[in-house]
Design a binder for this molecule. Structure first.
Ligand code: SF4
Length: 509
């Protein structure tokens, strides 16, 4: 696909052209080359005998295979708004959007966090969905499609597999959870990747912290960690190709050997190896002198710290349980060991939030500014979006006007303190919430929003045209006994647990 690509595994070259799969990334090439999950799925199928696979991105110009040669077409679906790019990619190859109108076209499926949590708004566009970790099931599904010439027979067989949801043959679907005995890493390096020539490796999957709003945690329970030896071998594999490595995981600091891994890399740097290392956002407990020293030695100047809310009360409600003392201690360690700045991530509109909580953010920022003069402090905020399969799935988000008021207030007050604050678009977050808790009634609305250009106005007019009560999905509180569109997906720890947890968290006031 691109001359700058370097494969870190042996490709299987003796394949007949008997079965062709396209694996699509709903974004541009450079982003696809930094998407670990997408590249890893590609590698696993690329290594499978007799399945020819080609990567397709939104900016792909030429393909090795024609669409008429393709037998199976899979999309990675990681963000709610990915459907817009997926539709444009289908249209680019003249493929009808609805699966019922596709006749002889290949079977089209999707996998990834969005559809694993709630595939229902998209059920008319895909023939099947992979629910959960796709490492093994993708290969199994491709083999079934390869061995079964009739599309409908293939779908029937697929519907019998654990972790596959076929809308035409609905049933209870169990989310797949893989062990993490092998380390997932960037199998193809590229000069043109968004993170140029960077070897990313997954240290752990999931997060045991279980913040009430967090899909990354609840969709990936239990927390799984790659064994230390395997990690070290993978790091060495990466370092034999590039000097840039990135450690990935929602809670890498919870890896039982996180500090040993940092020390391993630190010792190499001290011994003279030129290694650039970065880590995904840090939790407060990861900010220890050793870790910060390693990051600084590996060229990192700034890092991010997710505090979510300004007051201890609200942090308790969301299960973040982080004291102000811990925050100040972390900033001190970061500064004293060489970092130049920290970006704090927060969320507005969290359940039970009051004006006092918003004011606490300003107070916290003021104190940080005073205590750590010269240290670069900035803030980033998004607004609360209720996510399926989390304890806050029943809680509607606050209305757009009042969230925008809060956002403007924060921006203005932080600006007065000389602090830059980036705030996500409240209006886009609203539509994200509609999709997040949506159901199949959104089908034509999604097509219309796409056809009208996919901007905010297009969503609004599409909702009007198809009489979609968007507030019902985005802002309404649901009763605990309500049947939810995604309830047919079995995800541990289950709805009963989520309800108990929800009641417990919300009553901590
Ligand atoms: S600590 Fe971060 S990743 Fe873990 S549950 Fe909370 S928000 Fe999610």
């Amino acid at each position: 696909m691109n001359n700058s690509e370097k494969y870190l595994y042996n490709r299987y070259n003796k394949k007949e052209k008997d079965f062709v799969m396209w694996m699509a990334f709903p974004g541009i090439y450079s982003f696809s080359m930094s998407s670990l999950g997408y590249l890893w799925m590609f590698k696993l199928i690329d290594e499978t005998e007799n399945i020819n696979i080609e990567r397709i991105c939104s900016d792909t110009q030429n393909t090795r295979y024609n669409v008429s040669d393709v037998n199976l077409f899979g999309f990675s679906f990681s963000f709610d708004m990915d459907f817009l790019t997926i539709f444009s990619m289908l249209e680019k190859y003249n493929i009808p959007l609805k699966s019922s109108e596709r006749g002889d076209y290949p079977l089209i499926f999707a996998g990834g966090p969005v559809v694993s949590a709630n595939p229902q708004p998209y059920k008319e566009f895909f023939d099947f969905f992979v629910i959960g970790d796709g490492e093994e099931i993708n290969i199994q599904a491709a083999n079934i499609c390869k061995q079964t010439s009739c599309k409908d027979d293939a779908l029937k067989k697929l519907s019998e597999l654990e972790g596959i949801y076929v809308p035409k043959y609905p049933k209870k679907v169990k989310k797949l959870t893989n062990k993490l005995s092998k380390c997932v890493y960037t199998p193809i390096l590229s000069e043109n990747a968004f993170f140029k020539n960077t070897f990313i490796l997954e240290m752990s999957r999931g997060c045991a912290n279980r913040c009430g709003f967090c899909l990354a945690s609840y969709l990936n329970l239990p927390l799984r960690s790659v064994p230390y030896e395997e990690l070290i071998n993978t790091i060495n594999l990466g370092l034999s190709y590039t000097n840039k490595i990135a450690l990935l995981g929602a809670q890498i600091s919870a890896h039982p050997k996180f500090h040993e891994v940092c020390k391993y890399i630190y010792d190499k740097i001290i011994a003279g190896e030129k290694i650039e290392m970065s880590v995904s956002s840090l939790r407060v407990d990861a900010i220890t002198p050793d870790v910060v020293k390693t990051l600084v030695a590996a060229g990192q100047k700034n890092s991010t710290l997710a505090i979510e809310a300004g007051s201890e009360r609200l942090r308790k409600v969301i299960n973040k349980n982080l004291t102000e003392e811990q925050i100040f201690n972390a900033v001190k360690i970061a500064r004293d060991n060489g970092l130049k700045g920290l970006k704090f991530y927060g969320m507005i509109g969290l359940p039970t939030e009051t004006e006092k909580d918003i004011y606490s953010i300003i107070e916290l920022a003021k104190k940080l500014k005073q205590k750590f003069k010269g240290f670069d402090i900035s803030f980033g905020f998004s607004s609360f979006v209720p996510k399926p399969n989390t304890p806050f799935q029943w809680i509607g988000r606050e209305n757009t006007k009042s969230l925008e008021n809060k956002a403007n207030y924060l921006k203005k007050e932080l600006h007065k303190l000389g602090i830059v604050a980036h705030i996500s678009s409240i209006k886009w977050d609203y539509w994200q919430a509609v999709l997040s808790r949506g159901d199949e009634s959104l089908t034509d609305f999604l097509i219309e929003a796409y056809k009208n250009g996919g901007k905010l106005g297009a969503f609004k007019s599409a909702a009007k045209k198809y009489k979609i009560d968007a507030n019902y999905f985005a802002t309404q509180n649901y009763k605990y006994d309500k049947y939810l569109p995604w309830d047919f997906i079995e995800i541990k720890p289950g709805k009963e647990f989520l309800q108990k947890e929800s009641i417990k968290l919300l009553n901590q006031n």
